[in-house]
Write a protein that binds this ligand. Structure first.
Ligand code: ADP
Ligand code: MG
Ligand code: ZN
Length: 476
């Protein structure tokens, strides 16, 4: 049986977070009443002229810079002609021969190291509207609110070799978009979406095999699964001596299969030509310099800095830098005096568990970085045990209370004072003479029994290390 190598290239569409659309002043807000954010331009009325949104260009260029693309001072908008009810113009305004950004690359984390994935190009285009099919009304509707929303399309080289690499690439791209603040990265709402091109070739062969393009993958998990089932499908075909047909396939998550949607169109089918309504886009060097200066520290750099500056492992640094707000929160807690490694543990444990359970983002949490730093300090100083930290965390997280005041008010401060603990220990030993004798006779398992009794007397607040010390001493 021949061994096959997997080849994957991704086309990612990211909606830019501008307030208005790419060529008109309509709002880009998601979830408005159908056809309320629409004007004569984005609904494709004849005789109107598009005007390009400067902010959208700035955002697209920032992304190009973030992945080391060459930024073309001059680029051209082109018409991509096709018919679909959600596209009233009869063409999409895109870029073809001279895109805004080209020849970039992105290093993705794989197996503790990195792998460089080529980025062919990043171009600008406008989004289409949405067709809504209603079974109840036995009718189809068109909502043009999304029509004209600015998009960038990020096209990768066919450099990925597994579903895992494809997902790692997507996560890294999404993280950069979020760091730049130019896309909300919401895959479910479709503001970050991807088409995956997949092919197989016999190991060692130079030429690529025939690819299929997978659409409709709207989560990282589905990207992974869709690519995996498509690989299996193509492998079966090839092993049976059949051919893969170049086509667009739709992923059905419920059944976990891909199904043919349409034959693959070629670029010449679209009759691309420069849009006569839009003059070539010219960018002054001064603007480019200004935008480059405004770039924030990006995830990859921040990750390595976290490892060096705070002594974190790759995995910890990856997790904490995946979102800019989380990384900012972490660094704020460290600045407030939290021991870096301890703050990391608390955040990746209790803190992220709360975020996930409540499905909220870091910004929405009532708990402050100061509170996290203070809680870590209280635990370090032995004021509270890890058990108490766990017990009170939810309360602190939702109320935003400061931990020190909270534990004092609730009387949860751990007792480390050996005088108070000694009284409790003595009482327990006096109350249980039979167990004491058994222990001294060799039944050392009874240690946990004594421990439990002391904890009961102190309502869980005795410092366990002190209790163990005293018990060992007195029973010995
Ligand atoms: P389109 O899909 O619009 O025709 P391209 O021809 O530029 O656009 O290719 C789109 C994507 O397909 C790119 O990300 C590219 O890396 C990828 N790709 C091209 N050939 C293959 C192949 N044989 N196997 C897997 N991916 C491929
Ligand atoms: Mg394509
Ligand atoms: Zn409009």
């Amino acid at each position: 049986m021949a061994e096959y190598e997997v080849v994957i290239g991704l086309e990612v569409h990211a909606q830019l977070r501008t307030r208005s659309k790419l060529f008109c002043a309509c709002s880009t807000e998601f979830g408005s009443e159908p056809n309320t954010n629409v004007c004569e331009i984005c609904s494709g009325m004849p005789g109107v002229l598009p005007v390009v949104n400067r902010k959208a260009v700035e955002y697209a260029v920032m992304m190009g810079m973030a992945v080391d693309c060459i930024i073309n001072n001059d680029s051209v908008f082109a018409r991509k002609n096709y018919f679909y009810p959600d596209l009233p113009y009869g063409y999409q305004i895109s870029q073809f021969e001279r895109p805004l950004c080209e020849h970039g690359h992105l290093d993705i984390p794989v197996n503790g190291g990195t792998k460089r994935i080529g980025i062919t190009r990043i171009h600008m285009e406008n989004d289409a509207g949405k067709n809504i099919h209603s079974a109840a009304d036995n009718a189809s509707y068109v909502d043009l609110n999304r029509a004209g929303t600015p998009l960038i399309e990020i096209v990768s080289e066919p450099d990925m070799r597994s579903a895992e690499e494809a997902v790692a690439y997507l996560k890294e791209l999404r993280s950069i978009l979020l760091y730049l603040g130019i896309c909300d990265g919401n895959m479910e709402e479709g503001s970050f979406r991807c088409d995956a091109n997949v092919s197989l070739r016999p190991a060692g062969q130079k030429e690529f095999g025939t690819r299929t393009e997978l659409k409709n993958v709207n989560s990282f998990r589905n990207v992974q699964r869709a690519i995996e089932v498509e690989i299996a499908r193509q492998q079966d075909l090839l092993e049976d001596g059949e051919k893969v047909v170049q086509e667009t396939r739709l992923y059905d998550a419920a059944r976990n299969v891909t199904a043919s949607m349409r034959g693959k169109e070629e670029a010449h089918d679209y009759r691309y030509f420069p849009d006569p309504d839009l003059i070539p886009l010219h960018l002054e060097d001064g603007w480019l310099q200004e935008w480059r200066k405004a770039l924030p520290e990006l995830p990859a750099l921040r990750r390595t800095r976290f490892m060096e500056q705070y002594g974190l492992s790759v995995q910890d640094a990856e997790l904490l830098t995946a979102e800019r707000e989380l990384a900012d929160f972490y660094e704020a807690a460290v600045r407030h005096g939290g021991v870096p490694k301890k703050v990391a543990n608390l955040m990746m444990g209790e803190f992220m568990r709360e975020l996930n359970e409540r499905r909220i983002s870091v910004n929405e949490a009532a708990m402050t970085p100061e509170a996290v730093a203070e809680l870590v300090r209280l635990q370090e100083e032995g004021v509270v045990s890890s058990k108490i930290v766990h017990d009170i965390f939810s309360d602190l997280f939702t109320s935003g209370s400061m931990p020190e005041a909270y534990v004092k008010a609730k009387g949860l401060v751990q007792i480390s004072d050996s005088g108070a603990i000694e009284t409790a220990v003595d009482e327990v030993l006096a109350e249980n003479p039979a167990e004491v004798e058994a222990y001294r006779g060799g039944k050392t398992k009874l240690m946990s029994f004594f421990m439990g009794q002391v904890m009961r007397k102190t309502r869980g607040k005795a410092n366990p290390a002190v209790v163990t010390g005293l018990l060992t001493e007195k029973l010995g």
